[in-house]
Design a protein around this ligand. Structure first.
Ligand SMILES: [Zn+2]
Length: 196
């Protein structure tokens, strides 16, 4: 067994390439949960290891292939890495990236010392969340991507129309602030009055 942390990391550092790789994995298994392990050092993920989902109901559950799981754990050990997290996806429309009741029971029981990343792909956005499932509570753990604090939604590049809209909105809001500032100014002194 690879090193197990007594306490899971308080955050998880992923790279943009790993997030894109996970997006491709999801695209290759439409409608099914994909799963695997995240290995690394400290809080930084070195690699994602895909493991086939052997669940009889892969649309709503995952069960990692036992042989592949064993191989993955051995390779993490051989590389002197730490098992940081499990990952899986929730493919159903309107899914949430929080653990299901089944996740809380099985992940909390089988993997108490790792984090659990849950990904939901909605249209063109990948929602990623990491969780620590403790015996009495489920705690959200922040994910950073490429050393920038990741938003809960990782958006694809904006289209040029969206960029123009954002620039226009910024200009308009600046103009509005200037107008408000001018209207709030006190009236100018009446310089026509004779000075005493
Ligand atoms: Zn789940």
């Amino acid at each position: 067994m690879p090193d197990l942390l007594s306490v899971p990391p308080t955050h998880l550092q992923l790279s943009r390439e790993q997030v894109l790789w996970l997006t491709e994995q999801i695209a290759q298994h439409p409608g099914e949960e994909v799963c695997g392990l995240i290995a690394g050092r400290g809080a930084t993920a070195a690699r994602f290891i895909a493991i086939p989902n052997r669940s009889q109901t892969p649309q709503t559950h995952f069960q990692m292939d036992e042989n592949k799981l064993f191989q993955a754990l051995k390779s993490i050990d051989d590389a002197q890495e730490t098992l940081l997290a499990t990952y899986h996806t929730h493919p159903k429309p309107h899914s949430a990236s929080r653990p299901s009741q089944a996740d809380i029971v099985t992940l909390g029981r089988d993997w108490p010392h790792t984090l659990h990343v849950i990904a939901v792909h909605k249209q063109r956005d990948l929602h990623l969340k990491a969780w620590h499932i403790a015996p009495d509570e489920v705690i959200s753990v922040p994910i950073t991507v490429d050393s920038a604090l990741s938003p809960p939604v990782i958006q694809e590049r904006l289209s040029s129309a969206q960029q123009v809209a954002i620039i226009l909105a910024t200009i308009l809001s600046v103009a509005l602030v200037v107008i408000i500032a001018i209207t709030l100014l006190p009236p100018p002194p009446d310089l026509t009055l004779p000075l005493r």
